[in-house]
Design a protein around this ligand. Structure first.
Ligand code: ADP
Ligand code: TYD
Length: 205
């Protein structure tokens, strides 16, 4: 059986990733495809436990280095237990965030730790998505949307607007680094219009 496709959504907090991942999964299911919709950090029982450690509490709770280890541990479990089994069964996996988030959040915001992120990724994950949608939007608008949710998992939103602006540039740079799999999408539009564009790209590739 042919391996399934691995599609990820990336972008700053509140940019609309979860919404678009869900809309894409719904569309593909309506076409009769078998879809696993998942997210990071999390996506497997063990990784969801690690998620709680990462997303709640004091913003200064973990150093960037410790975060790299925790996110990578969560990703390894997610890959072993959820992503790879589904791909092997020929299912399409749609994930709200994956390794690009670590490259940008931990690799480029608190000193240059990108080399460390890349080494650990090569050692422990070694897998890239087939297609990545990077949703770009104004950090001020995105922050308003994100904080309006009051999810209780706002540790990263709590770093503030300057942090989100640095992240935005990190995600734009990522599209330059990985032009074959990354597609930049304008997130400053209504959700249905964005979903239509994304579905067309998925259909064409
Ligand atoms: P993310 O997963 O990137 O944090 P979400 O998809 O959870 O973003 O969206 C954040 C908030 O913004 C949610 O309340 C969602 O309903 C809303 N939202 C998502 N996409 C749009 C859009 N295109 N226009 C306006 N609001 C949106
Ligand atoms: P998420 O639940 O996607 O938050 P949001 O809906 O606000 O975008 O992700 C949780 C937070 O974890 C988010 O602020 C980004 C951060 N994160 C990292 O810092 N590194 C990572 O590797 C991942 C996957 C997420």
């Amino acid at each position: 059986m042919a391996e399934g496709r691995f599609i990820t959504f990336e972008g700053i907090d509140g940019s609309g990733k979860s919404t678009q991942a869900r809309l894409l999964a719904e569309r593909l299911r309506a076409e009769g495809q078998e879809i696993v919709l998942t997210r990071e950090p999390g996506g497997s029982p063990g990784a969801e436990e690690i998620r709680q450690l990462l997303l709640t509490g004091d913003p200064e709770r973990w150093s960037a280095e410790t975060e790299i280890l925790l996110f990578t541990a969560a990703r390894r479990d997610h890959l072993e237990k959820t992503i790879l089994p589904a791909l092997t069964e020929g299912k399409t996996v749609v994930s709200d965030r994956f390794a690009d988030s670590t490259r940008v959040y931990q690799g480029a915001t608190r000193g240059d730790l990108r080399g460390t992120v890349d080494k650990l990724h090569a050692l422990m994950i070694g897998r890239e998505p087939d297609l990545t949608f990077v949703i770009d939007m104004d950090p001020e608008q995105a922050l308003k949307r994100g904080l309006a949710r009051k999810s209780g998992e706002d540790r990263f939103e709590d770093f503030g607007l300057g942090f989100q602006e640095t992240l935005r540039h990190g995600f734009l740079a990522l599209c330059h680094d990985y032009p074959k799999r990354c597609v930049l999408v304008d997130g400053n539009r209504d959700a249905a219009a964005i979903a239509t564009e994304i579905a067309e790209i998925v259909g064409d590739t």
